[in-house]
Write a protein that binds this ligand. Structure first.
Ligand code: ATP
Length: 340
């Protein structure tokens, strides 16, 4: 019924975006997902329409709905346009970046991987306070970068990770840091991590790892990890590492989450080389939708979608990027068969 619908902004995006977003819309309908989509433009499509890659009506829609599913966007090169993703992150203070990775196709490098990485999205070395100092005749003899972490943000991101664990039936959160060397910058993160963990004692276990040891263990024994929470730069690196454990960025979903808005997207780009050919793989976008369903508390539908994706892949159907011959339509139909 219309009154139970959850308003959500839908941005088809550029390149293959409209094709894979259409697959999502169909699948959501078949699932009975409660989203009332408000379609908005961004990226090259918006530049063609009104000269602005992030038009005000799109921002206003996200402000109203607090929820968006976004196809891949291309920030136009030249013309002085700011990165769309960075603008969205700042505009809506999207403090958490969520990057889950689970084995979808058995027989790859690792089977049965199921890790969720939560990355702090606003602070650390991404503050980009950088400059050079001259020495002798070299104006760039010394490069300096200053990072910062605030206690409030450390707390907020760790709380988000523990809260995510509780709501999604996860058992352990690992706080990843480098507090032995960056004693202030990531020591504060660990300190807050330990405090927050006490509040969840008995519900979610906590341990901590130094980032370099974590990177090694992720390759040697990734099954020991459940939810990982870490600072901005470490999260950037480790999120791609865990995507690599399950076959790369091609099928990786992601979300950027704030107090008042959450934006869900595929990690891959707009793939202009295959746009309009009907061969794009919609799985990353569909997995982002699974995350979105979890975010709005519809674990039942998220599990049906996730289970449907597993069952569909178990039939052996694959798009070209993962070694098959199926097109976007074939894959979508195969998934619809599983979830109906
Ligand atoms: P952008 O500038 O938007 O990031 P890009 O081409 O640099 O675009 P991707 O869009 O991620 O980066 O594409 C990298 C390669 O992966 C391309 O060859 C593309 O065709 C392929 N690719 C990316 N996403 C998909 C997908 N969903 N299905 C099939 N192939 C894909």
């Amino acid at each position: 019924m219309a009154e139970n619908k959850i308003p959500a902004t839908l941005i088809p995006g550029d390149g293959i975006g409209p094709e894979i977003v259409e697959a999502v819309v169909e699948v959501c309908e078949a699932l009975g997902a409660p989203f009332a989509w408000d379609r908005q433009l961004a990226g090259l499509a918006a530049v063609a329409d009104c000269g602005d890659p992030l038009p005000l009506p799109t921002l206003e829609s996200i402000r109203q709905t607090g929820l968006a599913l976004k196809g891949p966007l291309t920030t136009p090169v030249g013309g002085g346009f700011k990165s769309i993703n960075v603008t969205l992150r700042k505009e809506f203070e999207l403090f958490a970046n969520l990057r889950p990775a689970r084995t979808l196709i058995p027989g790859g490098r690792f089977d049965a991987i199921d890790i969720v990485l939560v990355r702090e999205n606003l602070e650390g070395f991404y503050a980009a306070m950088e400059h050079y100092m001259p020495l002798d005749h070299d104006p760039k003899a010394i490069a300096i970068s200053t990072g910062f972490n605030t206690r409030a943000e450390c707390r907020r991101i760790v709380e988000y990770a523990f809260d995510y664990a509780v709501k999604n039936g996860r058992k352990k959160v690992t706080v990843v840091h480098k507090a032995n060397i960056l004693k202030a910058l990531t020591g504060l993160f660990l300190e807050e991590g330990r405090k927050v963990a006490k509040e969840y004692e008995g519900r979610v276990a906590m341990n901590d790892r130094i980032v370099d040891a974590c990177a090694m263990q992720l390759v040697l024994d990734p099954w020991q990890y459940d939810v990982i929470v870490t600072t901005n730069l470490f999260g950037d690196i480790l999120s791609d590492l865990i995507a690599g454990l399950v076959g790369g960025l091609g099928m990786a979903p992601g979300a950027n989450i704030g107090e008042n808005a959450a934006i869900f997207e595929a990690v891959h780009g707009s793939a202009p080389d295959i746009a309009g050919k009907g061969v794009a793989n919609p799985l990353a976008m569909l997995l982002s939708t699974e995350l979105m369903l979890r975010h709005v508390g519809r674990l039942d539908l998220a599990q049906r979608l996730g289970g449907g994706i597993d069952a569909m892949l178990a039939t052996g159907i694959r798009t070209r990027d993962i070694g098959g011959t199926a097109g976007t339509r074939d894959l979508t139909d195969a998934l619809l068969q599983q979830i109906r």
